[in-house]
Design a protein around this ligand. Sequence first.
Ligand SMILES: *Cc1c(COP(=O)(O)O)cnc(C)c1O
Length: 221
Amino acid sequence: MVNTEAYKNLKEELDQKGVTLVAVSKIKPVSDIQKLYDLGQRDFGENYVQELVEKQPQLPSDMRWHFIGHLQSNKVKYIAPFVHLIHGVDSQKLLKEINKQAVKLDRVIPVLLQVYIAREESKFGLDAAELEALLTAEETAGFRNIRIEGLMGMASFTSNTDAVRAEFNTLKGLAERWASHITENIQLKTLSFGMSGDYTIAIEEGSNMVRIGSLLFGARN
Ligand SMILES: *Cc1c(COP(=O)(O)O)cnc(C)c1O
């Protein structure tokens, strides 16, 4: 069930603040996505390659598809032809594969680097040192068919709003630290953090792209 009222209110609020809304449509049917499209929404986020590849041809071609899940190198080729922005890049290996597929397609693929900010155990995301290594690597400079446009992160799943705020603040701090590191394929300007439960805090802490699912499409089973 699409909550059109929530969508309109949220869209108005985010537009005023200059924040991009990525509507996270994982597990939700194409008919729900079409409903938001008809209201003007264009940016949609999906987590699973196979699901995205199935949905994409069934929906209008001017959709901007964001890949927000954990991407395996061997699956990059399936989404490379049409993906608008890949959010969760957290290794040199993955960056290399995205560049390789982009070269084949003669296109540039924009990406965000995922930074690990939560206190919870997670396999995904770079720490500050790994981020530095990736941004300054000679190999990265040679990836002419990718563009590193910003950072992405996820806060801990907790009701402790101070902890969430502190985690987002860490991400913002890293973005500021690297903001002046501008090269041919690096310019960090997009900050993708904030979901249904914490987007207000995220925006207060400097997010300019939020990824929102359940608030718009209802809870997932
Ligand atoms: C599912 C998901 C979201 C959206 O979560 P909601 O709480 O439903 O808004 C955002 N980002 C990522 C990476 C997700 O996997």
